[in-house]
Design a binder for this molecule. Structure first.
Ligand SMILES: [Zn+2]
Length: 170
């Protein structure tokens, strides 16, 4: 994805109040990220417990504007060996937790949320780029890796659309 600065990150949030957006602390490593290796930028707020954000790159259907979602980690602890809904990594290199997002617009104002299991620190972009093992002779590992990247992009976008709901047009 293309690099974003803190004000662009704040402006991207589709389900945050003005105050929530201004309270956001950008990722500490924002200046040294390898953006080309990211399908999304997710991070936990360094100052606010349980608060996290995920920003997706622009999409042609949204005028190529980046869109971000404010998330809250649920109190519930997922069962062991939970799988991230986005990268579906089976080797579990990191913790997976339950995140909930308030829906954008009117639905969110009456308390509607969308929830999903995700890598705790949004390691998904890294996970899907790990070259998969040789499943069988002639297995195209590079194609399999690219397929995982594509699935990650599809699933994270589907989550964003679920958060936007009817507000998508706006
Ligand atoms: Zn993941």
């Amino acid at each position: 994805m293309l690099p974003l600065d803190p004000s662009a990150l704040r402006a991207s949030l589709v389900n945050a109040s003005r105050k929530e957006a201004s309270d956001m602390t950008p990722p500490p490593d924002l200046g040294s990220l390898d953006w080309e290796q990211l399908d999304l930028l997710g991070w936990r707020d360094p100052k606010l417990p349980r608060r996290a954000y995920v920003v997706l790159p622009g999409h042609p259907d949204d005028d190529d504007r980046p869109r971000g979602v404010l998330l809250r980690q649920a109190e519930a602890v997922p069962r062991r060996r939970a799988q991230c809904a986005w990268c579906q990594d089976v080797t579990l290199p990191n913790d997976v937790v339950f995140y909930a997002a308030r829906r954008a617009g009117a639905a969110g104002r009456v308390g509607a949320t969308v929830g999903t299991l995700l890598c705790r620190d949004f390691e998904c972009s890294r996970n899907v780029r790990v070259l998969p093992p040789l499943a069988y002779e002639g297995f195209d590992r590079e194609a399999a890796r690219q397929q995982r990247v594509a699935v990650l992009r599809e699933r994270s976008r589907a989550f964003l659309l679920a958060v936007l709901g009817d507000e998508h047009a706006g």
